[in-house]
Design a protein around this ligand. Structure first.
Ligand code: AMP
Length: 479
């Protein structure tokens, strides 16, 4: 088996990697690291959770190590690498990785994203940084205010290119690429390498080598899926029951709307289950705090919307609960990707009411799994019979309609409700929150064009039933 040392990484990086507790490189790292070290442009097909960040960060640090210095002069620390990420959470995580992996090499890094004051960012830029991790909008703000010079950037990384496309950031990305006049190496990473992504890659990568690892859901063989039929009204009660009686220690609960997220967290707390919500209406500080509390085990339940959960560095969760089934099977796949990673088993629990039956059928069709139904004693209901039926034939029109609806909602987000607001009909609608917390395209009027990646069928799951295996700790690898 290939080791990190075999990949030609220098001792400072090997030491940092060892401290992270990594024993061997992941497939994307084995493929990408030597290519990046050799100075090649790379187009990487890899999702979050595959180890792609280290895949580009480690060789990037190595290539820049020749410039490392401890001088206090800002002139000795020009921006030499620019990493663009679609969301602030992702930018923060990537920069954290840069710092972690680069702790024994005197290179400076900082993160730049919107929604927080510019002054501290300006100050960090003024002092000088070699590695800049940024979201596109705020980066362009700095360029416009002349608080940032990108004239010496040698390495450019576009991370999560498909999300960039989804969020309408490509015009900004192109504008930024045009500013990188001295770039020598370009890397692009995307969960899927669709035609659109390849066209984008062609526009700025030079003679790239494509590397790809299996999509996450194909590797999530360790995920056990289960559906608990329940009426909509009793979902919360059932969730509390599962948490309290089955020893669910650390669980990420997905809901359809941020109003629903707030309300559910509030109600869970009232019932003695320590929960917090993470969604676009919360400030960056609040979101980071919620995430930290969850990671530290202070909060057992993190309630999230799909949009807010993207890019969150939460790994190896023993449980993911679909409180509301997602609109699109792709989102289901994203959600379950949060569990059963890196060899640890996980359970994806869906609380499904009769109204969600069609969505369940769509999901089963896509993931090619007939998810076992398990009625939790005391929570059965008379109308659960349809849920016991095998999945219906796929209805593509329905899926497309859902995606379209999502994209419209993204443009017209629902109004937030105060915490503890009375349940209203909006809470039960499968609207995707249009989290304004995420950076918007720099130019107003650039309407995001959502591009839904075609849902890929996964390999049949090995273990279908693992319902009772709800016990288990929350292990998170550092980094
Ligand atoms: P990423 O796909 O870059 O978001 O990484 C997903 C998670 O995998 C992160 O929490 C990393 O710390 C972890 N990770 C990255 N490389 C390795 C490795 N070689 N061995 C174990 N875990 C890793």
């Amino acid at each position: 088996m290939t080791s990190f040392a075999d990949l030609g990484l220098r001792p400072e990086l090997l030491k940092a990697v060892e401290e992270q507790g990594y024993t061997s490189p992941t497939p994307i790292q084995v493929q990408a690291i030597p290519l990046v070290l050799a100075g090649r442009d790379v187009m990487g097909g890899a999702q979050t959770g595959t180890g792609k960040t280290a895949g580009f960060t480690l060789p990037l640090l190595q290539r820049l190590a020749q410039h490392a210095n401890t001088s206090v002069s800002p002139a000795r620390h020009p921006v030499r690498a620019l990493i663009l990420a679609p969301t602030r959470e992702l930018a923060a995580q990537v920069e954290e990785s840069v710092r972690g992996y680069g702790k024994y090499i005197p290179l400076r890094s900082t993160q730049i994203f919107g929604g927080v004051p510019m002054d501290p960012q300006i100050e960090a830029l003024r002092r000088g940084v070699e590695i800049l991790v940024a979201t596109p909008g705020r980066l362009l703000d700095h360029v416009q205010q002349r608080t940032l010079n990108l004239g010496q950037v040698e390495i450019f990384v576009l991370d999560e290119a498909d999300r960039m496309l989804d969020m309408g950031f490509i015009p900004d990305v192109k504008r930024i690429v045009a500013l990188l006049t001295s770039r020598k190496q370009n890397l692009l990473f995307s969960a899927t390498l669709t035609d659109e992504i390849r066209i984008l890659a062609k526009s700025f990568l030079r003679d790239p080598i494509a590397v790809q690892v299996a999509p996450k859901h194909a590797t999530a063989d360790l995920v056990a899926h289960v559906v608990h039929p329940v009426t909509r009204e009793r979902k919360r009660e059932l969730l509390v029951h599962l948490v309290k009686t089955r020893g669910v220690k650390q669980v990420l609960v997905f809901v359809a709307t941020r109003i629903g997220a707030n309300r559910l967290a509030y109600q869970l707390n009232r019932e003695g289950v320590h929960a917090t919500a993470i969604h676009g209406d919360r400030s960056q500080v609040e979101r980071m705090q919620a995430l930290e509390e969850f990671k530290a085990g202070k909060v057992g339940v993190l309630v999230a919307t799909d949009v807010a959960a993207r890019g969150l560095d939460i790994e190896e969760l023993p449980h993911v609960v679909n409180f509301d089934l997602p609109n699109s099977p792709d989102d289901y796949v994203h959600r379950i990707g949060r569990t059963g990673r890196a060899g640890s088993a996980g359970t994806a629990i869906s609380l499904v009411c009769p109204e969600e039956q069609e969505r369940l059928a769509e999901i089963e069709k896509t993931i090619r799994i007939r998810i076992p139904r398990e009625v939790v004693t005391g929570f059965g209901h008379r109308s659960e019979a349809p849920l016991m039926e095998p999945p219906r034939r796929e209805n593509r029109r329905g899926a497309d309609h859902d995606r379209l609806t999502q994209s419209r909602r993204r443009e017209h987000p629902p109004k937030p409700a105060p915490v503890g607001a009375k349940p209203g009909p909006a809470a039960t609608k499968p609207a995707q929150g249009a989290d304004p917390i995420f950076s918007r395209p720099y130019e107003p009027g650039a309407t995001p064009v959502p591009v839904a990646a075609p849902a890929k069928p996964s390999a049949p799951q090995k273990r279908e039933r693992q319902v009772a295996a709800l016990l288990g700790g929350f292990v998170r690898k550092p980094g």
